[in-house]
Design a binder for this molecule. Structure first.
Ligand SMILES: Nc1ncnc2c1ncn2[C@@H]1O[C@H](COP(=O)(O)OP(=O)(O)O)[C@@H](O)[C@H]1O
Ligand SMILES: [Mg+2]
Length: 414
């Protein structure tokens, strides 16, 4: 009896530590990972996971679990009807089961993804200010079933977790919005100067044409700033669901080359592709990976020298697919490298020469990390820059045939 009591006291002490730990971070990814690990620990479960609820799209999606070492399975949509987690959201009630498999609400897709077979389950709604944020689930109690105490501990943790998640999201938004507003000031002030000048009677037609040109460039930049900003805000909030399919890397590379061909021609830049004939498949959100590639290639063109080259290269190892985008351009000063993937960051020397928003690489990073990969850069001033994106290799058991459209390949080699 006494033993149980001290054990409980220890757990409560541990809960206080955990609460402090949760309150100390506003980084959503770190926070979610801490929550699931804490949930597994305090309930003595084999694993734990979080599903987040997006109240705009009214969708519930799988976000993170203790037994996933990367984020590749992130974003699986879990139906509100026909899943235990969905039932928890709709009813805002706890569920405790000894045999989840035999429950009619059981939804097996997540289980397939995590590779963990679910037996006992304890799931609670994450609620703050009367709003549902998501669902926290503890899975498989190795010795017996989840107890009343497990449930009350998890509820205490859940209450802390919900507040922390909401705070992290709000913080991200306010941070991003103030930076965005700051970025708006420069183009807005140049637009207002331009219109002021246009109103002056002494301006020559030539001067007027030039000013109108400037207005055009600035509005285009504002436009792309707005759409990139929205992309990034969605990615950062953790509410983007990657729609994964299986596709050929080679096809994608050649497609990107085609899309960028006319832009490259304008600057007299040559794009070359170098890849082994046998290329692996990727299991990823094709549109998002294409967005990354187009961003990198467009940078490689923009920051190149006249008559320069852009080389697209793919390499594979047992676990990864690496895509390299290499240019023969200006290069990046060493002191800028650590800041490159920060939003709105631009190398000072490039600012006057090339227009941009400084958001492209932040978006790339979010997408690649969201797929469980990583992105790196190497650069030498005056020689060029290589961006390398590494993605986990497709490991599906049923490896479909690799289809590289010969027409695309031919066209690209021309
Ligand atoms: N291939 C490259 N070569 C040299 N500098 C680059 C290259 N790619 C990116 N950069 C630098 O990194 C900065 C951030 O890139 P990015 O986020 O794509 O923003 P943007 O291109 O809109 O300025 C750029 O402003 C540029 O200074
Ligand atoms: Mg860019």
């Amino acid at each position: 009896m006494a033993e149980i009591k001290t054990e409980r006291l220890d757990s409560y002490r541990r809960l206080i530590d955990i609460a402090r730990d949760l309150a100390s971070t506003l980084d959503l990814d770190i926070l979610l990972s801490r929550i699931v690990h804490a949930a597994a620990e305090i309930s003595g479960a084999e694993a734990a996971s979080i599903l987040l609820y997006d109240d705009t799209s009214r969708q519930l999606y799988f976000q993170v679990a203790t037994n996933m070492d990367d984020a590749t399975r992130r974003g699986i949509i879990v139906p509100l009807e026909g899943s235990i987690a969905g039932w928890i959201v709709n009813n805002r009630q706890t569920v405790r089961l000894t045999d989840a498999h035999n429950d009619p609400r059981f939804f097996s897709n997540v289980e397939e993804a995590t590779g963990l077979s679910t037996e006992s389950l304890l799931g609670i709604p994450l609620v703050t200010k009367n709003k549902i944020v998501g669902v926290l689930e503890a899975i498989n109690k190795p010795k017996g079933k989840f107890t009343d105490q497990d449930e009350s501990m998890l509820l205490v943790l859940g209450a802390q977790a919900a507040v922390a998640i909401e705070n992290a999201r709000l913080f991200q938004q306010s941070d991003l919005i103030s930076e965005f507003v700051h970025e708006l000031r420069t183009p807005l002030s140049s637009l207002s100067t331009a219109t002021y000048l246009l109103l002056r009677p002494e301006m020559s037609q030539e001067q007027r044409d030039q000013i109108i040109n400037n207005i055009h460039t600035e509005t285009m930049r504002l436009n792309s700033l707005a759409s990139s900003f929205l992309d990034l805000a969605r990615l950062e909030s953790g509410r983007v669901q990657f729609r994964k399919t299986t596709f050929s890397v080679a096809d994608l590379i050649y497609e990107c080359k085609d899309v960028m061909a006319s832009k490259a021609l304008e600057d007299n830049i040559q794009i070359r592709v170098e890849s082994p004939d046998e290329l692996p498949l990727l299991e990823a959100d094709r549109d998002k990976i294409k967005q990354v590639m187009l961003n990198l290639v467009s940078n490689a063109i923009k920051y190149n020298r006249p008559n320069g080259t852009v080389l697209l290269r793919v390499e594979t190892s047992e676990k990864e697919v690496a895509i390299f985008v290499q240019d023969t351009g200006l290069g990046i000063p060493e002191e800028s490298i650590p800041h490159l993937f920060q939003k709105f960051y631009r190398v000072r020397e490039h600012e006057g020469r090339v227009t941009g928003t400084g958001l492209g690489l932040s978006i790339c990073k979010q997408i690649i990390y969201g797929h469980g990969g990583r992105i790196e850069v190497k650069s030498k001033i005056g020689v060029g820059t290589v961006f390398s994106a590494y993605l986990p290799r497709y490991t599906g058991k049923t490896q479909p045939k690799i289809v590289i459209d010969p027409e695309i390949r031919k066209a690209a080699k021309r």
